[in-house]
Write a protein that binds this ligand. Structure first.
Ligand code: FAD
Length: 420
């Protein structure tokens, strides 16, 4: 077996999707002639689900990617991917002062998403966002919060989605002198069933969070946010949680993407324009619904990452992969350090049945968070450990569509706006 004859698989991005794909693929192709390289900006596994907790408590430990990859045979490169050269099957990586070029036979694109800092004026300069490091990041916010809390200052959180709600509860509980205000464009919790929304409202009110509804922020300036009707909301700190966007890299490279910049993929996770490129997690969007509507979320990231590993492992053995299909289980929204609301969204992401609240909801959320955190290590020890239901849903929808051509399998060229 020569090194030259190996299939070179390069994975970019080591979030939930990329890291799970890497370790599962390495485990499943141990006897195959493949080489696997993982490229990621940071040398630690950033659990984005925990970023708001990390802002309140920076001592939460992070796992080193090198430790997770121990014994897998995967080569890890710490660096920023700066370009994808599709015609020549290569990526460009900046590692400190050095520029690298890595060639691939198959590329797994798992660069995820980031908080959109550019749609509203002044956000980039004047608001913090829940990204791990750099200017106005979690790292910077965690240094400021204790000081602003000590003098009873105001934290303005812009964005009433799940991330904004979780952050408001977390910071209000962790910093009792802080005056937390949550601004939301719609009514609080309009994106979810009424009882869940009511429970979230009660929890936030108990922590003293001021909820400002039906208010759109049109600009963030130093120390104040300006609303669409020109009202000024002053703040000491502003946290922007107003929506996710993707990197321009995929579009710039020439991959076919949707209007959010997500790579459009077929049921085998391949780019519809460049089949040697696979995409997973927040950076991807299937053109045919894989059994459930796709939403940027840790669950979709994990199962799509696991599924791409299965597809490539089967291809390496000369077998044909099955189309990607899944169903959701549940969702949980944290409401402080000991409280959460959890509910079933099985199978199609619609909230159903009773909700679990308080400590019970919290414990369920903690279990899933813990599970996602240990999943890469679990996959290293037991490749294929992550299993999911709904594997027949795509095929069933296809069969229904064939019986009734007027009801085709749903095509999702345009994404739904909500995330998480
Ligand atoms: C505060 C917060 C709370 C959330 N809570 C929930 C929740 O409760 N439930 C839920 O389902 N979802 C939640 N989400 C969303 C969830 O975290 C994402 O959907 C998920 O992380 C997507 O996983 P991913 O692997 O696709 O991308 P990511 O987790 O974004 O990982 C992408 C990786 O690529 C790396 N990368 C990016 N650009 C480059 C580059 N140029 N070069 C090299 N490496 C690069 C990043 O450093 C990162 O390691 C939350 C998000 C946030 C921010």
């Amino acid at each position: 077996m020569t090194a030259e004859s190996k299939t070179r698989i390069v994975i970019i991005g080591a979030g939930y999707a990329g890291l799970i794909a890497t370790v599962r693929l390495a485990g499943k192709t141990r006897k195959q002639n493949v080489s696997i390289t993982l490229v990621n900006m940071a040398d630690v596994f950033v659990e984005r689900l925990r970023l708001h907790e990390m802002a309140a408590n920076p001592t939460i430990p992070q796992k080193r990617i090198a430790d997770i990859l121990k014994g897998t045979g995967v080569t890890f490169v710490q660096g920023a991917v700066t370009g994808v050269d599709l015609p020549n099957h290569a990526i460009c990586v900046q590692t400190g002062s050095e520029s690298l070029r890595l060639e691939y036979d198959k590329l797994i694109y798992a660069l995820g998403s980031t908080i959109d800092r550019d749609s509203v004026a002044g956000v980039r300069e004047n608001a913090y966002v829940l990204t791990p490091s750099g200017t106005n990041s979690v790292e910077a916010l965690s240094k400021k919060l204790p000081e602003v809390n000590a003098r009873g200052g105001t934290l303005l959180i812009c964005g009433g989605g799940a991330t904004g709600i979780e952050s408001a509860a977390e910071f209000a509980e962790a910093f009792p002198k802080l005056h937390v205000q949550l601004v939301t464009q719609n009514g609080l919790g309009d994106f979810i069933k009424k009882p869940i929304a009511n429970y979230m409202r009660e929890s936030l009110t108990r922590f003293g969070v001021t909820i400002i509804e039906h208010t759109q922020i049109k600009e963030v300036q130093a120390g104040k946010a300006i609303t669409a009707d020109s009202t000024t909301i002053p703040f000491d700190l502003c946290l922007w949680t107003g929506g996710f966007s993707t990197l321009p890299l995929a579009r710039e490279a020439g991959l076919t993407v949707n209007e959010r910049g997500q790579i459009l993929i077929d049921p085998f996770m391949r780019s519809i324009s460049h089949p040697e490129v696979y995409a997973v997690g927040d950076a991807s969007h299937p053109v045919e619904e894989p059994g459930a509507p796709v939403r940027m979320s840790a669950f979709y990231a994990a199962v799509s990452g696991a599924n791409v590993a299965d597809c490539l492992a089967l291809e390496a053995r000369g077998q044909t992969p099955k189309p990607f299909s899944f169903a959701y289980y549940g969702q949980a929204i944290a409401l402080g350090e000991h409280n959460a609301v959890a509910f079933s969204i099985y199978p199609d992401d619609k909230p159903r049945g009773p909700m679990l609240t308080g400590k019970a909801g919290y414990n369920l959320r903690a279990f899933f968070l813990g599970f996602f955190g240990i999943l890469p290590n679990l996959e290293r020890r037991m490749p294929g450990a992550l299993f999911w239901t709904g594997k027949g849903r795509y095929a069933a929808a296809k069969r229904r569509a064939e019986r009734d051509p007027l009801k085709p399998v749903q095509i999702h060229m345009i994404d739904t706006p909500e995330t998480h």
